[in-house]
Design a protein around this ligand. Structure first.
Ligand code: URA
Length: 198
């Protein structure tokens, strides 16, 4: 596959796993095809399932605010999920669903080739970093997965229930902004900042 459009056509009206029978709309992903930043969430919820776009509900509104805090709009980045179809009742993704669906996500990452992948919450972080560690211990510092730079952060939905996580999310976005600015200046590693560890 050479383009996201070809990949989307290849996925088609997917019924490779049982979620194909229960979803309304397959949520492929949205944003710039050459984005520097790629966000990976968990799975579409009810609003996303109806609209066919990731993060269009309350968590999405917070994500938009977080993006705006570093001068970005969702059209500047790319947003996708571990699963492209909504699990019934928003239950957790099942291993077989992740296994079936994530080859397409990998292909999206390969085609977009972002400078940084931001994983939202436990499912995306565990999948991308191949770890069983929790998001609380991993967030806010830079990791790598293969040739990709990865910044794990809390899932915005978690911050809707626990308001204290909102400040942490804004702080982690500030670090993302620093990383992008340093990258634009051609610095491989900024001189300081929690983002790059000690
Ligand atoms: N939560 C996610 O993880 N992804 C969405 O697209 C919406 C809510």
């Amino acid at each position: 596959m050479n383009t996201l459009k070809e990949l989307e056509e290849h996925i088609g009206d997917c019924h490779r796993c049982p979620l194909g029978d229960t979803r309304t709309t397959l949520v492929f992903g949205v944003g710039r095809h050459d984005a520097d930043v790629m966000f990976i969430g968990e799975a579409p919820g009810r609003n996303e399932d109806l609209k066919g776009e990731p993060f269009v509900g309350a968590a999405g509104r917070l994500l938009d605010e977080l993006l705006a805090s570093i001068g970005l709009h969702r059209s500047d980045v790319y947003i996708a999920n571990i699963l492209k179809c909504r699990p019934p009742g928003n239950r957790d993704p099942q291993p077989v669903e992740i296994e079936t669906c994530t080859p397409f996500l990998r292909e999206q990452v390969r085609l977009i080739d972002p400078k940084v992948i931001v994983t939202l919450g436990n499912f995306a972080t565990r999948f991308v970093l191949k770890t069983s560690a929790g998001i609380t211990g991993l967030r806010g510092s830079i990791h790598s997965a293969g040739r990709f730079t990865v910044l794990p952060i809390f899932h915005p939905a978690a911050a809707l229930y626990d308001i204290t996580k909102q400040d942490v999310l804004f702080a982690d976005f500030a670090l993302l902004g620093e990383f992008l600015a340093a990258h634009d200046r051609g610095q491989q590693e900024p001189v300081q900042g929690e983002l790059f560890g000690a």
